[in-house]
Design a protein around this ligand. Structure first.
Ligand code: PLP
Length: 451
């Protein structure tokens, strides 16, 4: 039996799959943070080039991938699909476990899949500079790399706690030519307002987004780029699932369940949406998003209109949210620390087409270590949530006396997250469940959107 399933470069997908064409009910409108009324394309123009705004709202099922983007993707795509023989043996399951490995990109995760597309459309629109935020550094490094490819300057507002804890992600961004700032900074009104209240602020993704959006909105030559959550980002990531469908054919199997770790939703969307098209067309397949119990957006968050950032500068979208004032607990070692979620994934969870589950970090690291010792690859802490979910699905099948085909997305490697592994191995990590009361308190601060 084969260990990996590979495709040729000519099999890099020629289009992205846009799930908006197949939703059972229309997508919810995007709301202007000032007027609290639905936005039009022009309202988003200070932040994004028109080609991406069109994709954000597109009803087209298949969006052609420009040849320049396919050429950039060819540096690491098609990504391999592995059969997890070692993991299956270690946990003693009769289920078949497959994983799509996105750690082969230059930045080591799935994020360059959208970074190269976003850099391409911005460069084509004459944009000179991109501003963005990064938490653990995965997105900042992906955009730093992609921006460089297409001749763009990149400024990254990096959450201060990560800036201090993950110096090598910063080194990567600087190596690829980006400017990296520890957020909150003194450069923006949003940053200064936070520092005035709390000079020792550790920062958060919500704050860093406010800074990057303000930067982009206040400069003519600059646009903003987001690494997850938005529809066009999810669409760009569907190359993962489109390839996986072909690779599962090579393996002669079709998954019973497709799993992705969930932060803002992009890698999950990437692997799951192409299978969702099959599901909507009558195939039996379950789609499962796995998130951390410390940031349980899909499982404990409320499906409501909320801001994408802390300062309330971004458009308001309907999504599962823990509240835009969410401050992630400092003990959490992985990424996946955003208060919101992709509106598309949120809607699909709300409509029962996608399932969600939350796991504490220690059992996830335990699964990651079993995986590393049997499959070799050291997973990103984010990806370990998908591994944990896959192992649990296999165990459930065994308990029912069944054999299932399980496919998960290994969204990245953990070579820059070894401090988190150190903390786990030293017994320093604690499990923390974000309390429902904290979600309820934040709900009082939701914007009052009336449609
Ligand atoms: C950013 C990241 C995630 C989480 O983001 P999503 O948008 O939910 O995919 C997961 N895994 C890795 C390796 C990441 O870098």
């Amino acid at each position: 039996m084969a260990t990996k399933y590979l495709l040729g470069e000519d099999q890099i997908p020629r289009y992205w799959y846009n799930v908006m064409a197949d939703l059972p009910t229309p997508p919810e409108p995007v709301i202007h943070p000032g007027t609290l009324k639905p936005v039009g394309p022009d309202d988003l123009a200070p932040l994004f080039p028109m080609a991406l705004i069109e994709q954000e709202m597109s009803p087209e099922r298949e969006i052609p991938i420009p040849e320049e983007v396919r050429e950039a993707l060819a540096k690491w795509r098609p990504a391999p699909l592995f059969r997890a023989h070692g993991l299956e043996k270690a946990i003693g399951t009769r289920s078949h476990i497959y994983y799509k490995y996105e750690g082969v990109s230059p930045a080591g995760s799935h994020k360059p899949n959208t970074a190269v597309a976003q850099a391409y459309y911005n460069a084509k629109a004459g944009v000179k500079r991109l501003a963005t935020e990064t938490g653990a550094g995965q997105w900042g490094s992906s955009l730093a790399y992609a921006g460089g490819l297409f001749g763009l300057e990149v400024t990254v507002y990096m959450v201060k706690i990560s800036y201090q804890q993950k110096p090598y992600r910063r080194s990567m961004m600087q190596t690829w030519g980006a400017e990296v700032l520890a957020s909150p900074t003194n450069r923006t009104n949003a940053g200064r307002a936070i520092l005035e209240k709390d000079p020792d602020s550790r920062g958060s993704l919500g704050i860093a987004i406010s800074e990057a959006v303000e930067d982009a909105a206040s400069r003519e030559d600059t646009k903003y780029a987001l690494g997850s959550v938005l529809n066009h980002v999810c669409t760009h990531q569907t190359v993962i699932g489109l390839e996986a469908i072909e690779q599962m054919k090579l393996a002669g199997e079709y998954p019973d369940v497709v799993i992705g770790a969930h932060g803002g939703g992009s890698n999950f969307a990437g692997i799951a949406f192409p299978f969702l098209r099959d599901k909507i067309n009558g195939k039996e397949v379950r789609l499962l998003a796995a998130e951390p119990a410390s940031c349980p957006t899909l499982t404990k968050g409320v499906y409501a209109f909320d801001y994408g950032d802390t300062a309330g500068l971004t458009p308001i979208v309907k999504m599962h949210t823990l509240g835009h004032d969410f401050m992630p607990p400092g003990i959490h070692a992985g990424g996946l620390r955003y208060h919101g979620a992709s509106p598309l994934v949120s809607k699909l969870v709300h409509e029962g087409l996608v399932e969600a589950v939350a796991y504490a970090q220690r059992p996830c690291f335990e699964a990651a270590i079993t995986f590393a010792r049997t499959e070799g690859i050291i997973p990103a802490p984010e990806s370990s949530h998908a591994i944990k979910a896959a192992v649990e699905e296999a165990k459930k099948a065994d308990a029912e006396g069944k054999s299932r085909v399980i496919l998960f997305n290994l969204s990245g490697h953990g070579h820059f997250d070894l401090a988190a592994y150190d903390a786990y191995l030293a017994g320093d990590l604690e499990d923390y469940e974000y309390p429902r009361e904290a979600v309820e308190q934040s709900m009082a601060k939701l914007p009052k959107v009336e449609l």
